[in-house]
Design a protein around this ligand. Structure first.
Ligand code: HEC
Length: 735
């Protein structure tokens, strides 16, 4: 059905850059730019041979943790409390060049164990098989969340044999089984704030009051998600290798403001250059100028994915907190050094014209990275010749894959760990049987992955006996990260109290004062007699010069009401010389005042509307995405943004017209001027247009009333005689 729409569009709209099935662009010549004799063959290598193809900085080595047949087509994993690996095997992915058989239920989730403690997995247990293209796993609540779009399952082993014998559906909108697997939900990261976040999914999840809660959040990233010590989320999309949320995202998504909140989805690393150690003719647009260098190596990121903030103790100290990012099309892993200034993080390549990890093996496909509980950096290698999904494959790439037989074999795959030879590799703590007291101690562990697990276990167990020790740790532990974890563990247990929060507001570390400000919100909202002191204390933080505190205060004040005292503080924060704080204060003032009258700020979507939203997403991906982009931010010279656009927010009468007949000439979107042409898309059915508009009005932080099929039908009738595209001037006359 959608294919038909696509072809019709191609036939009717000239110069329309919609990608055809094969990924080819109309009128493009696809010639090889690397002399054939410079392209080595790419036979599948055994793990032992593959180990010889890696290049790492001095002192580091690659160790094999698992390979086929122990693991096949791995795409994501998680360590459980005892250091066992839970791995998702997407065995259906691109079994051949035409993706025939892709929907066969051959995917599975397995548990890998290292019985003799040598760092190598020696036993695999299939936990759950028969899955269609599973793509994420998260160990939680004595079970695991498994993503098999559109299903998100919570699965449990109830008798200790490591096999799933109970599964319930948490939600049925976790990505789509219809959309391109390169663009659907994944991740499932339990973050510092006790919520589970995903890439490419508009909700966050949390188990509370006996059930799974789902809450709207901004959609972020494409494949992979990670957090730093302070719970800030990092993500990326294929040619933009490191982006991040400098502030908690729920402030934007919950207020449904059309105003974009600065600090979300920020480009952290600007330089997208990569330095592979082999020629890379096998990339989708390798025929285009500048995609490859003259020497045939990939010049810039094209398949960036799976950022990982390294938080282990094995690497030298200066590596702690650095970002590692995969580029499977260039067979490499980049390391970015991160610097924080006034709450803004920026990243740059740690090496000059070189990378942390490269391979000369074309089949090395790093697709996920993790800090291990012993401090090593784990690298998931899909080890598959075909990387690009069929939806976008160009004729050029297809020829490349055929030339070197990259389509076979199927079902290989490796997990490696990068180890620093002089660094320690302590035995990972076994936390599943740890007492509450031991878990509290583990919150101060040097390894961030261990700290995260300890917090998760404490929160999930809900054992009140840990609470006194947590209070003590939050107030007095020497390590500020231990204090921070203790604070958030109390939040997760619902055991925070006003006195503790007020004391942490005085902490000597600004990250703690900021976190205390954030967790003070429920108390401030409750407005009991006891919280007036707390309120005074929070308001007095306007004098705090630390960037973290100013930014958080500006966000919190926007949450707790618009009384004169908060407004005065917000106004003073708009004068801050810290840009992030100034922007947050302006956002809070605006959101507090409500939107301008023209904006219909809709409530959260009902389940029926959610269905239309999902349908709209799929249609958007087929029709609008090539121009307006997956993140709705548009692209310079191609299309303006839809995220935060006033045209999307205001009356649907204009929106429907834009889609029916197109738009031309000068237009201002988010204070930026464009002068381009959007083609008429009236060929779409009323229902399709309505779902697409419902989608764009409720994605990327937008939150506005859905658009009904009746509205589209009515406007189509009213404008039946119209042939020309609309201009801004005409549209503005329509209220
Ligand atoms: C061929 C590329 C292309 C496609 C496909 C496309 N648009 Fe556009 N769109 C544009 C351009 C270019 C403009 C700005 C036109 C101008 O400068 O006058 C625009 C403007 C808009 C605007 C108003 C400005 C803004 O950014 O808010 C909306 C709304 C919009 N498009 C929605 C859509 C929707 C919905 C779809 C899919 C049904 C779609 N577009 C498909 C190129 C495209």
């Amino acid at each position: 059905m959608r294919k038909v729409v696509c072809n019709l569009l191609l036939a009717t709209v000239s110069a329309f850059p919609l990608l055809a099935q094969s990924g080819d662009k109309k009128g493009e010549v696809q010639e090889l730019r690397v002399p054939k004799e410079r392209i080595p063959s790419s036979p599948p290598l055994s793990p032992i041979e593959a180990l010889k193809t890696f290049k790492l900085p001095p002192g580091f080595r690659m160790e094999l943790v698992a390979s086929e047949p122990l693991v096949e087509m791995p795409v994501a994993m998680q360590f459980d409390a005892d250091g066992r690996i839970w791995v998702v095997e997407m065995r259906g992915y691109m079994p051949n060049l035409d993706a025939l058989g892709e929907k066969e239920p051959v995917g599975r989730v397995s548990v890998l164990e290292d019985k003799d403690g040598d760092g190598k997995a020696d036993r695999r247990t299939t936990f759950l098989d028969g899955l269609v293209m599973p793509r994420a796993v998260s160990v939680v609540r004595g079970g695991v969340l498994i993503a098999e779009p559109p299903h998100l399952w919570f699965c449990r082993d109830t008798n200790g044999d490591l096999k799933c014998d109970e599964r319930v559906e948490v939600t049925n909108d976790y990505g789509s089984s219809q959309s391109n697997p390169e663009h659907t939900a994944n991740g499932l990261l339990t973050a510092l704030d006790n919520w589970i976040y995903s890439a490419n999914y508009g909700f966050r999840l949390r188990h509370a009051a006996g059930q799974w809660q789902k809450e709207r959040t901004v959609r972020r990233g494409q494949w992979g998600i990670t957090q730093d010590d302070y719970g800030r989320l990092f993500h990326d999309s294929n040619s933009d290798h490191l982006r991040g949320d400098l502030i908690p995202s729920h402030y934007a998504s919950q207020r449904g403001s059309a105003t974009k909140l600065n600090g979300l989805n920020v480009q952290i690393a600007k330089d997208q250059t990569v330095w592979p150690s082999r020629v890379n003719p096998g990339v989708n647009r390798g025929y285009q100028p500048k995609v490859l260098r003259d020497d045939g190596t990939l010049a810039r990121f094209t398949a960036a994915c799976a950022p990982c903030i390294y938080r282990g103790e094995n690497f030298p100290k200066e590596f702690y907190g650095d970002a590692f990012v995969c580029e499977p099309a260039g067979n490499l892993v980049k390391r970015d050094l991160l610097v924080e200034q006034d709450g803004v993080i920026s990243g740059r390549n740690a090496y000059t014209n070189a990378e942390f990890l490269t391979s000369t093996d074309e089949r090395f496909r790093p697709v996920n990275l993790y800090t291990g509980p012993e401090g090593a950096l784990y690298v998931i290698d899909l080890y598959h010749g075909i990387l690009q999904h069929r939806t976008y494959v160009t004729s050029y790439l297809r020829r490349q894959m055929e030339d070197r037989g990259l389509d076979q074999p199927q079902n290989q795959g490796r997990i490696y760990r990068v180890v620093y030879e002089k660094g320690s590799l302590p035995k990972p703590p076994r936390l599943s049987k740890a007492t509450p007291a031991e878990l509290v101690v583990a919150l101060s562990h040097v390894n961030g992955a261990v700290r995260d697990t300890a917090q998760r276990l404490l929160v999930e167990r809900g054992d009140a006996s840990a609470v006194p020790a947590l209070h003590t740790m939050a107030l007095s532990h020497g390590n500020h990260l231990a204090r921070l974890h203790a604070l958030w563990t109390l939040e997760g247990l619902n055991k925070l109290d006003i006195v503790t929060v007020a004391k942490v507001l005085d902490d000597r570390h600004p990250k703690l004062r900021a976190a205390a400000t954030r967790v003070s919100e429920p108390f401030l909202r409750a407005m009991t007699a006891g919280n007036s002191e707390l309120r005074k204390k929070v308001l007095s933080l306007a004098q705090d010069s630390a960037a973290d505190v100013q930014v958080q205060l500006a966000l919190t004040l926007g949450e707790i009401g618009s009384d004169e005292a908060s407004k005065a503080r917000l106004n003073s924060l708009t004068q801050s010389n810290i840009k992030l704080a100034k922007d947050a204060a302006e956002f809070s003032l605006l959101a507090g005042d409500g939107q301008s009258g023209a904006v219909t700020n809709g409530p959260a979507l009902s389940p029926a509307e959610m269905k239309r939203f999902e349908a709209g997403k799929a249609n958007y991906e087929m029709v609008c995405l090539p121009c307006h982009q997956p993140n709705g931010l548009g692209q310079e010279g191609l299309a303006p943004p839809l995220a935060g656009s006033e045209w999307v927010a205001r009356t649907d009468k204009r929106l429907v017209r834009i889609v029916l007949h197109g738009l031309r000439g000068p237009i201002t979107v988010k204070k930026q001027a464009f002068e381009l042409d959007m083609p008429a898309l009236g060929i779409l059915e009323d229902e399709q247009i309505a779902t697409i508009l419902t989608y764009i009005r409720n994605e990327w932080g937008n939150a506005f009333a859905p658009v009904s099929t009746e509205t589209v039908k009515k406007i189509r009738e009213e404008t039946a005689k119209r042939e020309d595209a609309w201009t801004q001037e005409e549209l503005l006359r329509i209220q």
